[in-house]
Design a protein around this ligand. Structure first.
Ligand code: NAG
Ligand code: NAG
Ligand code: NAG
Length: 404
């Protein structure tokens, strides 16, 4: 994290210098019929994952709510140019979001500026896209003359976020993340005011903080937000903050413990579907290995074929030892046809063959002499100097090494 912070700050410094040297002309006219005038101030909008993620029902790789470690700090929503009259410009210049332009920031953005939803965001110019595309096209393009381009937009936002750590300010003021604990809204506001140097704007959802906004003038110095509109009157009731508010935590919707352990409590294949479709997981070798063990044990042939097709489509590669273990599991279950199909896959895998997995398989094939003879021939061709101990000599228990 220190590295990330340094990277962002270095970049920010660089970009700010560039901005200072640039011609600070007036905001360019937008596309539409009525030009949008230059903005008055910035709001750095931060979101409280504890409030938003509590209603997460579906997971996907891009949803920050689905990380196994719950997010316990404010994350970035966006840097928004605003007018002093309470309105704001949007979609100002036709410059489509381009991920390549902010590639150096990707890791930092993933960490501190995640989307907290799975759905794609509407954008001004490129239809639908990433959360970042939405923020850049809708708000970033209206940030001239302070912000010149996409990279600078994200860099400035990150820099402000690192410089003014709201989570830190609140906890230093005795306002901690905790389920259920209520804090006076006025204390929250005063704590930020004191630490930051300007009044924040706070948006709530059912009495919990959903967003907290810090405001900056065009020199990026702290200033007051227009607090009246949100904390007192005109805002819709649901976003209005009551006198006492909470900063809740949430339980992430992911598989926390080992796949096998968790899945053993369910009908395996049903859960497999849930895991693949609804819960974010890394398609990795161990997930599939465990899944296949389970299917073998329960003799689920059709399901195995489907899982096999899925892992092929996701380019999951097993190493030779894992292949050996999986083939063996299917032999042990008496599903020799499947075992042989998987064995063929093992043979055509790009990794060089190893003798040990062969021995694991040969031992599993002892009850199937014909098949065993075939695999034995393969083994002897691949490893001409080695010996296969035929039963009953295959007593040395190589299985010991292959417990999972
Ligand atoms: C902000 O402060 C919190 C609490 O001290 C800390 O956990 C978090 O890493 C900080 N965030 C950044 C971006 O420095
Ligand atoms: C995961 O493990 C922890 C402790 O080992 C336990 O408290 C928790 O209930 C487990 N979760 C699941 C889903 O099994
Ligand atoms: C497996 O698939 C075959 C052919 O697709 C089908 O006939 C059979 O009923 C399926 N078996 C089970 C248990 O679903």
């Amino acid at each position: 994290m220190t590295t990330a912070r340094t990277a962002a700050c270095v970049l920010a410094a660089w970009v700010l210098v560039a901005a200072g040297l640039a011609d600070l002309g007036s905001a360019r006219a937008p596309l539409g019929s009525k030009p949008q005038r230059e903005f008055d101030y910035f709001a750095l909008s931060l979101q409280w994952p504890g409030t938003i993620c509590a209603s997460t029902r579906h997971c996907c790789a891009t949803n920050g709510c689905c990380r196994s470690e719950p997010l316990q700090t404010f994350t970035i929503h966006g840097l928004w140019p605003d007018y002093d009259d309470g309105t704001w410009p949007s979609c100002c210049r036709r410059t489509q979001f381009d991920m390549d332009k902010i590639l150096p920031l990707k890791e930092v953005l993933d960490k501190y500026w995640p989307s907290l939803y799975c759905s794609k965001s509407g954008t001004c110019f490129s239809g639908k896209g990433l959360f970042w595309a939405h923020e850049w096209e809708k708000h970033g393009t209206c940030s001239a003359p302070v912000v010149q381009d996409e990279l600078q937009y994200f860099t400035i936002a990150l820099d402000l976020y690192f410089k003014y750590n709201v989570t830190e300010m609140l906890s230093s003021g005795g306002i901690q993340v905790s389920n259920g604990k209520e804090y006076a809204l006025s204390d929250v506001i005063d704590t930020i005011k004191h630490a930051f140097g300007g009044s924040p704007q706070i948006v709530c959802k059912s009495g919990s903080v959903q967003e907290l906004r810090l405001c900056f003038d065009k020199e990026l110095k702290p200033r007051d937000c227009l607090t009246t509109s949100l904390t007192i009157g005109s805002v819709s009731k649901s976003k209005h903050c009551p006198r006492y508010i909470t900063l809740p935590t949430y339980d992430p919707l992911v598989l926390a413990n080992s796949t096998v352990e968790v899945m053993s409590q369910f009908d395996e294949f049903e859960l497999y579907g849930v895991v693949r479709k609804e819960i974010w997981y890394r398609p990795d070798m161990y997930f599939y290995r465990d899944m296949l063990y389970m299917l073998a044990r329960n003799k689920k042939i059709n399901e195995t074929r489907q899982v096999w097709a899925d892992l092929k489509s996701e380019d999951v590669l097993f190493d030779q030892h894992t292949y050996g273990d999986i083939v063996r599991a299917f032999c042990d279950a008496g599903l020799t046809d499947l075992a042989m199909e998987i064995y063929e896959d093992m043979r055509s895998s790009p990794d060089p063959p190893l003798s040990l997995p062969f021995r694991v398989i040969l031992k599993g094939l002892v009850p199937y002499p014909e098949l065993r003879e075939k695999i034995k021939q393969d083994f002897l061709e691949l490893f001409p100097d080695m010996i296969v101990y035929d039963p009953p000599d295959t007593l040395s228990d190589i299985d010991e090494e292959f417990k999972f």
